[in-house]
Design a protein around this ligand. Structure first.
Ligand SMILES: Nc1ncnc2c1ncn2[C@@H]1O[C@H](COP(=O)(O)OP(=O)(O)OP(=O)(O)O)[C@@H](O)[C@H]1O
Length: 345
């Protein structure tokens, strides 16, 4: 028996466009274990959402090209599934929560009815039973006076409460995998923390595996046990939370950490953004895509993609600095050093 529930291997996803092929995801490989939380982190445009939407097969059929890779869920490659087979999996065994709850809710329908519809879509039960289950789910996600609030419309809920409703809907079918794409980005900091706590508690209760997608390393600290760092469509470093925060090896990971607010930081200390901007993924060259922004760039980086180096059984990185011929580079002072260690253990 394997403890892996979802295994993405060597996934390439491109889009046809008037400007040529947009290579959004290139050779992405990761495993999601049963009951764990894995975070995919990276700047905007790095291919995080495209990876998630490939799993759910939510990308536009006409322009999307997936010409390499596999997405194996419980032993079966989802990429070989028909539309009908995929419909059975989507929203029932694998559910997704998006950033903006308003786009996932029907503004003209009462909350209770929407949650009930979600339940009835996946479970052969009576309306009465669906009502009871909807109320239970809304209670599970911390909606006060759940029965009463079922009669409200989405606009009568705050942003945080709407996101709770979305999570309740995603849980309606008892999914094995929950994919959360920037689930807290639209919310203020206090509500963000509440939603992350909620997801953690739900995971404890239900054993759901969570794939969380975020640009925010703060979310990673609160949620994930393992982290994959994505840049220009590739996973450039992957490791346990501890390895990424205390022993990261990729200058891009260092850049992300330096640009992250530190715990108890004096607000007058400026964050250091990563200089430059991500490359245009329709015009990639052969070398490391981070070369143009990397403070430690070497000649080789511009022309050749580095191989993946294994740092430990759980930690790997793709960077020429790992080559024995590379000069020794001291890791800079990083925000991660100020992260509460108790959160990573
Ligand atoms: N349907 C699409 N058609 C064409 N290009 C797309 C499509 N969806 C995404 N892309 C492109 O693919 C690349 C990766 O996008 P993706 O949305 O995965 O990034 P991301 O890391 O999730 O960032 P963000 O948080 O801003 O969504 C980007 O260059 C984006 O413009």
């Amino acid at each position: 028996m394997t403890d892996t529930i979802l295994s993405v291997e060597n996934l390439d996803v491109s889009f046809q466009s008037y400007n040529g092929l947009i290579k959004a995801v290139r050779g992405v490989t990761f495993d999601l274990k049963k009951g764990e939380t894995l975070a995919i982190v990276g700047e905007s445009g790095s291919g995080k959402s495209v990876t998630a939407k490939s799993i759910m097969q939510l990308l536009p059929k006409k322009t999307t090209v997936i010409n390499n890779g596999s997405i194996v869920y419980e032993g079966n490659d989802l990429l070989t599934y028909s539309k009908k087979e995929m419909e059975k999996i989507r929203g029932s065994e694998i559910s997704m929560v998006f950033q903006d709850p308003m786009t996932s809710l029907n503004p003209t329908m009462k909350i209770g009815k929407q949650v009930m519809e979600g339940i009835l879509k996946h479970k052969k039960i009576s309306k009465k039973e669906a009502f009871v289950r909807a109320k239970e789910l809304l209670e599970l996600v911390g909606i006060p006076n759940a029965e009463e609030r079922m009669k409200s419309y989405p606009h009568e809920f705050s942003g945080g409460m709407r996101q709770r409703v979305i999570i309740a809907m995603a849980l309606a079918s008892d999914p094995s995998v929950l994919i959360a794409d920037e689930p807290t980005t639209a919310l203020d900091v206090t509500i963000q923390a509440q939603i992350l706590d909620l997801m953690k508690n739900i995971q404890k209760k239900t054993g759901t595996s969570i794939l969380i997608i975020t640009h925010d390393l703060g979310v990673v600290v609160n949620m994930a046990k393992r982290v994959a760092v994505m840049y220009a469509g590739q996973i450039v470093e992957t490791g346990t939370l501890e390895e990424i925060f205390y022993d990261s090896k990729h200058p891009y990971t260092w850049g992300l950490m330096q640009s992250m607010p530190k715990l108890h930081q004096d607000r007058s200390v400026p964050l250091i953004p990563i200089a430059g901007s991500p490359p245009d993924v329709s015009k990639l060259h052969d070398g490391c895509p981070f070369a143009a922004r990397c403070p430690y760039v070497m000649k080789v980086c511009h022309n050749h993609m580095p191989d993946q180096s294994t740092i430990s059984g759980t930690h790997s990185v793709s960077c020429w600095l790992q080559d024995e011929r590379a000069p020794h580079v001291e890791k800079p002072e990083l925000g991660g050093n100020n992260v509460d260690k108790s959160k990573t253990s």
